[in-house]
Write a protein that binds this ligand. Structure first.
Ligand SMILES: [Ca+2]
Ligand SMILES: [Ca+2]
Length: 138
């Protein structure tokens, strides 16, 4: 659990740091692939999206969103990730879509930093903030 201050440039720098970004996304992918078959199923991705907080920020989901609407939303998000429509999300598909979402978040944040409470130290936004902090202290 941590509080981070984050703005568009922080997120964008992180995404553009390809080594760091791919490493972080791959770690996330490995954690999400609960049955270790190398791909994410619909339910694995849904759990992922729920825990990553990215979707809440990006799509404006909140507690008042009805469950049916959520399921519909998650299904449509899954279809975005599953570019080749084979019913699973592989590592490359995951990387590509997370990158798009992060960049969209960066655009949304612009230059006005927001303060976020993250309950997962491994979240990508946390890593973006860590990278920024390590640059500032260097
Ligand atoms: Ca899996
Ligand atoms: Ca696929």
């Amino acid at each position: 659990m941590g509080v981070v201050i984050i703005d568009g440039a922080t997120v964008r720098d992180f995404v553009n740091n390809e080594d760091q970004f791919n490493k972080s996304v791959d770690e996330q992918f490995a954690t999400l692939d609960l049955n270790n078959d190398g791909v994410l199923s619909r339910s694995e991705l849904r759990k992922a999206l729920e825990s990553m907080r990215l979707i809440e920020i990006h799509y404006g989901i909140d507690v008042s969103t009805p469950p049916e609407e959520l399921t519909q939303l998650y299904n449509s998000i899954f279809d975005k990730f599953d570019v080749n429509h084979n019913g699973t999300v592989d590592r490359d598909e995951f990387r590509a879509e997370v990158k798009k979402i992060m960049l969209a978040i960066a655009d949304g944040l612009g230059s006005s930093p927001i303060q976020m409470v993250l309950d997962d130290d491994n979240s990508l936004l946390q890593k973006a903030a860590d990278l920024e902090a390590s640059k500032n202290s260097a």
